[in-house]
Design a protein around this ligand. Sequence first.
Ligand code: ATP
Length: 606
Amino acid sequence: MTATPSANVSGRRQANDWQLFKSILPYASPYRNPVGLAALLLIPLALAGALQPLLVGQAISLLRGEDSAYDFLKAIPLGTGLNVLSGLLLVTVVTRFSLQAVQGFWVQKVGQQITADIRRDLFAHVLSLSVRFFDRTPVGKLITRLTSDVEALGNVFATGAVGIISDIFSILVIVVTMFLTQWQLALVLVLLLIPIAALILYFQYEYRRANYRAREELAELNATLQENMMGISVVQMFRRERFNSELFRQSNLNYVHEVDRTIFFDSAVSATLEWVAFAAIAGILWFGGKGLLNETLTLGTLSTFILFAQRLFNPLQQLAEKFTSIQAGLTAIERIYDLLSEPVEIRDAPETQTLSTDEADHLGEIQFQNVWFAYKDDDYVLRDLSFTLRPGEKVAIVGPTGAGKSSIIRLLCRLYEPSQGRIIVDGVDVRNLSQSELRRHVGVILQNGFLFAGDVKSNIALGESYCLSQIQEAAERVNVDGFIRELPEGYDTQLRQRGTNLSAGQKQLLAFARASIRNPNILVLDEATANLDVGTEVVIQDALEKLLAQRTAIIIAHRLSTIRNVDRILVLKQGELVEQGTHRQLLQQEGVYASLYRLQTLGVAG
Ligand SMILES: Nc1ncnc2c1ncn2[C@@H]1O[C@H](COP(=O)(O)OP(=O)(O)OP(=O)(O)O)[C@@H](O)[C@H]1O
């Protein structure tokens, strides 16, 4: 066992079963009617269940002419009395059989709908969580929560485990009926129930802990699996197969170890109940037998109680059978609840401001005011950064690897929030803008544009309602229309997941079309032309000039030759702005930029 799962278990938010139950209660409210109907059926079901032992006991009493037989039965002929009892027994059997079927169907149907609703909300919630959350949570773990944890919850309904509620209700009705029939025997049975309940609670507690750890291990396993699938080319290229298989084997073993613990506690519950059910019947026989000899008890009542004991432990045994499913379901709710209560760090302010859409307002001004930023604690990657980009200005950010260039972009787009300081776009703090307005205002083209499974045109429109001609125009504006038309089915060409049937450069071309169609006032290019060959880059550069006209632009590029013509260059070093000016001014300053530039031109010459 590794230290990780226990750390996870102890580090998780504590919620008791009642809180967990309450957390899914709102999901049941749209299905009030079927849930109410199923709950209502509990009453006739439990009553019919409690009546059966009484009827059998009465038949025996009647046959033996005992006092415990009801007076109205004693008043009619024996044959008629037995017929009445058999008829009533048949009614209870048919009632239980048919109502159980109706109830089972409704509960399962509603259960699956509730599970689907939870899955939907979980997905929407995960998508709204900040990038910071994804930095610390492996995707494989999230997938486990969205798939197998939700599945475990669905199983509670699918396996009929939710019928436990009806079992508990039946136990209560039987207990009351027993006390009304013969309180001494009823007491014997109820006293037996107390230690069993305590034992079951203990096993349940242990099972839940083991099950939570097992789920954590499964999430770990899936994270390893996902990482290897995503990085398959690196795995194969560096011959990591054997090494990674060993890591996977360990993860697998940890999982099995935890599952073994859950099996142990599950079996312990079944075994305890099996044993106790017999002990209960023995207890009744012993105690009731003495009553029979003293003639304080009739055989009819004793038979009724033997059946009661069976009836009482039957739901408990069912509980043992459903136990795994229910406990797994509760663990699943716990994990789902954990994720659903993960706070959305970046959300729209209650009253957002809007940006001016008036062209005359010279849109596209960006101000960073004393911005500090750290991904973790006080490990600042941007330090007291202040600069202003005038509307329409083209500014390049350069600096060594890890200087914090991309972090500036992430802050501007509000994927993260600054630790201190403010970022202002057209006079409005980005925190006061709605995220959709900000993202519409700022277009970003990244080095590795992500593509979704679907066709080319939907990858440009990305869910917005652009028509084909608008998409084509946008592609023409950035000179990528020709490239798209050369694809096997032009704009209808299906892209496989993550666009694996396109080259890195081709993906970047589509990213240009994506930005062009949205017509943002501010355009950010993060190493956007790094994957293009020189020929394509010339074509794109030409398109870019057109795209960038009238817009504010931030360009991050390692190849300094591509940014010589920008209005201003900001030089970043270890998160601080160390120089700024035009290419010419910076060369004259003989500082960081000049040495970077010389190194590159030397590199090119060499
Ligand atoms: N998600 C993250 N979590 C923690 N630290 C990060 C994260 N992303 C980046 N960093 C750290 O922040 C620093 C700045 O990273 P950033 O990506 O902004 O650099 P960059 O200048 O764009 O680098 P490059 O030129 O290599 O793209 C680096 O030291 C990096 O290790």
